[in-house]
Design a protein around this ligand. Structure first.
Ligand code: CA
Length: 230
């Protein structure tokens, strides 16, 4: 079955162009042109991926993204940004977007990013056939609900926080370098930009109840990267 893609874009020529392109690539594409229409569009027909413009009437792409995540919608989101828009915000974790392309984008780049996100969803299990929950450091991590819990304490993870925990879980006791983490979580393209990684680590420590000065679980290995101590 072809993957369903929802395009959210108010500029008609881009929206129509994307619909045409995605359909010609074999995707089942639909569109809406307002930010405040996205939630009902998602509810009526859950897409496998959302291509989401930032500047939209009704509700901005940032708000749409945040609202969907808060509502528990885990569909991968590819943001369409203009040059100079707040990229940190887009790739930052609180928002919950998975990737972005900057306008004007090349068709090939866009298709490659879409294919990569759909592939990643299948392998990390944000879609159907999600992997089972696992234990680490006394926490139960549930990739199906993006939640961590320990006794009565629970919290919600962003896609990148979950991915980080998956990496640490897959390689117990190992120090994972910043380069490896950036490549695995953000893709080769973000190689070398460590600030957003540090921000996710800070957020993840907070959710794990770790203190920044003396973390129990998520340790900084200076000059190298990070290690998870169960
Ligand atoms: Ca727009």
């Amino acid at each position: 079955m072809s993957a369903r893609i929802l395009v959210v874009e108010d500029e008609a020529h881009i929206r129509m162009g994307l619909l045409e392109l995605l359909s010609s690539e074999g995707y089942s594409a639909t569109a809406c042109d307002r930010g405040d229409d996205v939630e009902s569009a998602v509810r009526s027909r859950l897409p496998d991926l959302i291509v989401l413009d930032v500047m939209l009437p009704g509700l901005s792409g940032y708000d749409v993204c945040r609202n969907l995540r808060r509502a528990g919608v885990r569909v991968p989101i590819l943001m369409l940004t203009a040059k100079g828009q707040e990229l940190d915000k887009v790739i930052g974790l609180d928002l919950g977007a998975d990737d972005y392309v900057t306008k004007p984008f090349g068709v090939r780049e866009l298709l490659a990013r879409i294919a990569a996100l759909l592939r990643r969803t299948r392998t990390t299990g944000t879609g159907d056939g999600a992997p089972e929950p696992w234990q680490m450091g006394g926490w139960t991590v549930d990739p199906r609900t993006f939640r961590i819990s320990r006794g009565p304490v629970s919290g919600e993870l962003t896609a990148r926080e979950l991915k980080l925990l998956q990496l640490f879980h897959a390689r117990p006791g190992e120090v994972l370098s910043r380069e490896v983490l950036l490549r695995e979580v953000w893709g080769q393209r973000y190689f070398g930009t460590t600030r957003t990684l540090d921000q996710v680590i800070v957020a993840l420590r907070r959710k794990l109840g770790d203190s920044a000065d003396a973390p129990r679980h998520l340790h900084t290995v200076h000059g190298v990267g990070y290690r998870f101590e169960p």
